[in-house]
Design a protein around this ligand. Sequence first.
Ligand code: CMP
Length: 140
Amino acid sequence: MPVQRTLSIIKPDATERNLTGAINAVFEEAGLRIVAQKRIRMTRAQAEGFYAEHKARGFFGELVDFMISGPVVVQVLEGEDAVARNREVMGATNPANAAEGTVRKRFAKSIGENSVHGSDGEASAEREIAFFFNLAEIVG
Ligand code: CMP
């Protein structure tokens, strides 16, 4: 299996409940290495740009408002098959459908306030990592 990198975001509902360390422990126990991490307050323009592919969706406004409602932790996770591995560990977008033991099953409040974001493929991982990080900030 190839070593990959993927972008992860710990969302405002999770930072508000002080869950950054608990979520990071799940990643590390799953064999994902946190090779870059920063806590930021996203601007509206950043949130709209990051989620541009969802612009036409009915929940877009709500999504952007939520992502700028509090601090987020953006991070790069590295490991074998990291994109798929992280999606496995996160669980389904809607916590009602997420498997036992996944981050969203354990911590998410709703489909909107679902604690974490993870890239959905290799191409989006590359684009999303570059959206938040310079190469020099990623230390593997
Ligand atoms: P994420 O993985 O960050 O990618 C897009 C986000 O849109 C998704 O997680 C959800 O948090 C959010 N989302 C998807 N569907 C809905 C919905 N029906 N209502 C509110 N938010 C949604």
